[in-house]
Design a protein around this ligand. Structure first.
Ligand code: ADP
Ligand code: MG
Ligand code: ZN
Length: 490
């Protein structure tokens, strides 16, 4: 079969909104509470309870939509999506269907060839999360935790515009960065605040119709997304090459087995019998509210990346790493700013930017993963900028700076104090260095003669002597310069 078959992917992302309370009741959304601690008649689905929409959730959903160029509709409608499952006590999920809050946006991805492609966003709608079933095989029972029931989500549906698992991962990373940057989502994949369903099909070269798709449910890791899509595309190839037909169905990625397994087929697919929820009036937002939401949008990651390259001297790759989490870009920018102000502006922005970017990536980010849990940095920007200022001024060497950083993280002490306590400071006092260099040169006329006779490598011996005299603290660049000057007889 022709290997140039094209893979077609459309993603449905569920992102939890960062509201304090749930979408239709006042219960807390805090993660990790004891089971069923955050519940009330509304989110437990008790008869007679009434939902009241959370204005903050609507505001965040608009913000997300505007950040990806969607149109926010002034009138949208909550509908009931009816199905039966133990994690859905009401027997329906409140979602949006025919009239979603937001439509028609777009997101750029970088292709493997280094270009850019625009991926269409079909719609972004508001909905409530379901509860969580906890299966205990030991006790042979399933328990239901309703803490998550009713938590506000947005579902972001893409057009079937993605063409590889790598592009799908790019799309997800970019989307997650944007949602975090605008304060809509915490990006926490492990806690399930950001998860996706991937729809996959393949088609022959030049075909205009889409192939039959399968839907891979509930993926919450970038690694699994790639593996699941690659596996599924290969499975489609094999089925079609064998003369078979793809059956439209829902499947799950089983990481232990390294394959996708069927969950339910189209015949078993539910008819959700959507209809407008009679308990909820349409959401009506004014043009002024939409404008206000647009007004609070911060600088988006793509703009940030371009600015870091243009103004702060960073490579595109470095800018990509440093904008991967708002905590990280905030830390980087504050470090650059404080470094310049500590040096009284006597440092070019591009030099301060590069210095901070290199040090943060090489030394500070060792244990920082922006993919998983909420990011936490081991020290403050103020503390780091003090260390970088000492490095920039030549008071300590790069090697010393690494040791000082480790001690700062371990003890919480400021850089200058550690440098002082450990007697570390690199000597950059030219008069002092010159004194030592002169002493060493005067003390060894033989080696001076050897140098002048053409044995250039005795310089190394002289440097060694000076370092010994200064207990390794002389600024090596200054030592070398002075030595050459004296040896040349200048
Ligand atoms: P549903 O809501 O039933 O899952 P939708 O038509 O809303 O179906 O599509 C959901 C997602 O599936 C969208 O992201 C869309 O781009 C994607 N999709 C639809 N058809 C295909 C296809 N043939 N191949 C790949 N993705 C598809
Ligand atoms: Mg779907
Ligand atoms: Zn509640």
């Amino acid at each position: 079969m022709n290997a140039s078959y094209e893979t077609v992917i459309g993603l449905e992302v569920h992102a939890q909104l960062r509201t304090h309370s749930k979408l239709f009741c006042g219960c807390s959304t805090q993660f990790g509470a004891p089971p069923n601690a955050h519940t009330c008649p509304t989110c437990l689905g008790l008869p007679g309870s009434l939902p009241v929409p959370n204005a903050a959730a609507i505001e965040l959903a608009m913000r997300a939509a505007l950040a990806v160029g969607c149109e926010v509709r002034e009138r949208s409608v909550f509908e009931r999506k009816n199905y039966f499952y133990p994690d859905l006590a009401k027997g329906y999920q409140i979602s949006q269907y025919a009239l979603p809050l937001n439509v028609a946006g777009k997101l750029e991805v970088e292709t493997e060839a280094g270009g850019r492609r625009v991926i269409g966003i079909t719609r972004i709608h508001l909905e409530e999360d379901a509860a969580k079933n906890l299966h205990s095989s030991a006790a042979a029972q399933t328990l239901v935790d309703f803490n998550r029931a009713g938590v506000a989500l947005i579902e972001i549906v893409s057009e079937p515009d993605l063409r590889s698992s790598a592009e799908a991962e790019q799309y997800l990373r970019n989307l997650r960065e944007i949602l975090m940057a605008v304060g809509v989502n915490d990006g926490n994949l492990e806690e399930g605040s950001f998860r996706c369903d991937a729809n996959v099909s393949i088609r022959a070269p030049g075909a205009t119709e889409l192939g039959t798709r399968t839907e891979l449910k509930n993926i919450n890791s970038f690694r699994f997304v790639r593996k699941a899509i690659d596996y599924e595309a290969a499975r489609h190839h094999a089925v079609i090459a064998g003369g078979g037909k793809i059956v439209q169905e829902t499947r799950l990625w089983d990481d232990a087995q390294g394959k996708t397994v069927p969950m339910r087929s189209k015949e078993e697919a539910m008819d959700y019998r959507y209809f407008p929820d009679p308990d909820l009036p349409p959401i009506v937002v004014s043009a002024a509210q939409i404008e206000a939401a647009a007004g609070v949008l911060p600088e988006l990651p793509a703009t940030k990346r371009a600015r870091y390259v243009a103004e702060l001297g960073l490579t595109a790759a470095d800018a990509g790493v440093l904008t991967s989490h708002p905590a990280l870009s905030g830390f980087f920018e504050a470090t650059v700013e404080e470094l310049s102000s500590r040096l009284g502006g006597r440092i070019e922005p591009a030099r301060a930017g590069k210095r901070a970017a290199n040090f943060i990536q090489a030394e500070v980010l060792r244990d920082f993963s922006a993919d998983g849990l909420e990011a936490s940095l081991p020290l403050s920007a103020a503390a780091l900028s003090e260390l970088l200022a000492l490095l920039e001024a030549g008071s300590i060497s790069g090697k010393m700076a690494k040791g000082v950083l480790a001690e700062m993280i371990a003890s919480g002490k400021p850089a200058a104090k550690i440098v002082e306590e450990q007697g570390l400071s690199q000597v950059s006092d030219s008069a002092l260095i010159e004194e030592v260099v002169r002493k060493v040169v005067d003390g060894s006329p033989d080696n001076v003669a050897a140098y002048r006779a053409g044995k250039q490598n005795v310089v190394g011996w002289f440097v060694g002597q000076v370092m010994k005299e200064t207990r390794g603290q002389a600024n090596p660049r200054m030592v070398n310069e002075l030595l050459r000057k004296l040896l040349e007889g200048e």
